[in-house]
Write a protein that binds this ligand. Structure first.
Ligand SMILES: *Cc1c(COP(=O)(O)O)cnc(C)c1O
Ligand code: SF4
Length: 335
């Protein structure tokens, strides 16, 4: 069921879910029946980048399995603290590319707004895990410089809401933002990069669907799903509701060692996405962010996996294997 908007005095259901996400490492260990010998290292790693796992996502993890592909994406582990040459805190050089508060424009015609620091889940490989979001806006008044920038640059036809996760913003705040963007004549498309429809499907409220459907901006959503098991029944329902509201859906994944570096899994992911009317868009090589080196699949191995995948799915279900090199004005195709 899609949750209708509650009276203003009530905390929305999705906000309650977000508030009750696991953020205590020991509680997660208990819930998932994990071997406590891993606990001290996990606690230490969570100090560098905190744990956050929505309960609905934790329910998809197999209890007692330390190698569960969903668990590996969210569990702080000791390996994160090991030094890895070439892995830095700002792998894409984003800090020097900011065009004003919260705006990144590296590509022609598309500008990215870091709309909020908040996220629904903390992925251990997140390339913005060290990003100093504190400097960036999270309220409407603070977006004014960004809105001015979009207005002044009339080559911008698409605004991408990113973050953090832009769907962590309330429906009211998002509506304000979308309405302000819609007033800029040359902006035609609104793209939302979000993992929430999958990790917190109750976020897809009737209010959100209405505000996307009401806007004359063409709505596009790029999801972030790495493994077919993340597509729970609730997630599929949320995707179906987005489809019904005519939001064009794409997916990007990160190729992660131990999680999805296997052509069979990637093929299943593509098939499951398409069954939910989501087009696989990008398969990213890992951004070399400090703390994530253990997830890296070498470029050579990535090519092999991708060549196998190519034989298994129709061309339209083959995501583009890319790397973000930080300097180029597009994502660099690997094959
Ligand atoms: C990835 C990215 C985009 C979007 O690129 P597409 O190829 O259009 O999906 C836009 N801006 C920045 C800064 C990006 O990193
Ligand atoms: S959902 Fe995206 S932005 Fe948030 S932690 Fe995961 S990878 Fe990072």
């Amino acid at each position: 069921m899609i949750h209708r908007t509650e009276p203003a005095w009530q905390t929305p259901v999705w906000q309650q879910s977000l508030n009750s996400a696991f953020n205590d490492v020991e509680a997660l260990f208990d819930y998932l029946e994990l071997d406590k010998s891993l606990l001290p290292a996990s606690l230490a790693s969570a100090k560098a980048f905190r744990l956050k796992v929505p309960r609905g996502y934790a329910e998809l993890i197999t209890k007692g399995d330390p190698n569960d592909p969903l668990l590996l994406q969210v569990l702080p582990r000791g390996v994160e603290l090991e030094d890895a040459p070439g892995f830095t805190t700002d792998p894409l050089g984003e800090l020097k590319r900011r065009e004003g508060p919260g705006v990144l424009q590296k590509y022609q015609g598309r500008a990215l707004l870091l709309a909020t620091a908040a996220c629904g889940i903390n992925c251990r490989y997140c390339f913005r895990r060290h990003y100093p979001y504190g400097d960036d806006p999270a309220h409407r008044e603070q977006w004014q410089p960004a809105l001015d920038y979009f207005r002044e640059n009339n080559d911008i036809s698409e605004v991408i809401l990113s973050g953090g996760d832009p769907l962590s913003l309330s429906d009211d705040t998002l509506r304000d933002l979308v309405e302000a963007l819609a007033e800029i004549p040359h902006v035609r498309r609104l793209r939302i990069h979000s993992r929430l429809p999958v990790v917190l499907p109750e976020r897809i409220t009737g209010e959100l669907l209405d505000l996307l459907g009401d806007s004359w901006l063409q709505p596009v959503m790029v999801l972030h799903v790495n493994h077919p098991r993340e597509l729970s029944d609730a997630a599929l329902e949320a995707l179906s509701a987005l489809n019904t509201s005519r939001v064009t859906l794409f997916n990007q994944s990160v190729l992660l060692k131990g999680v999805n570096d296997d052509p069979d899994i990637l093929a299943r992911l593509s098939e499951s996405l398409f069954a939910a009317r989501v087009i696989p868009y990008y398969l990213h090589l890992l951004d070399r962010v400090q703390g994530a080196a253990h997830f890296e699949v070498s470029q050579e191995q990535a090519r092999k996996t991708y060549q196998s995948l190519r034989k298994m799915v129709p061309g339209y279900l083959l995501p583009r294997l890319v790397r973000d090199d930080g300097e180029l004005p597009y994502k660099l195709p690997i094959l």
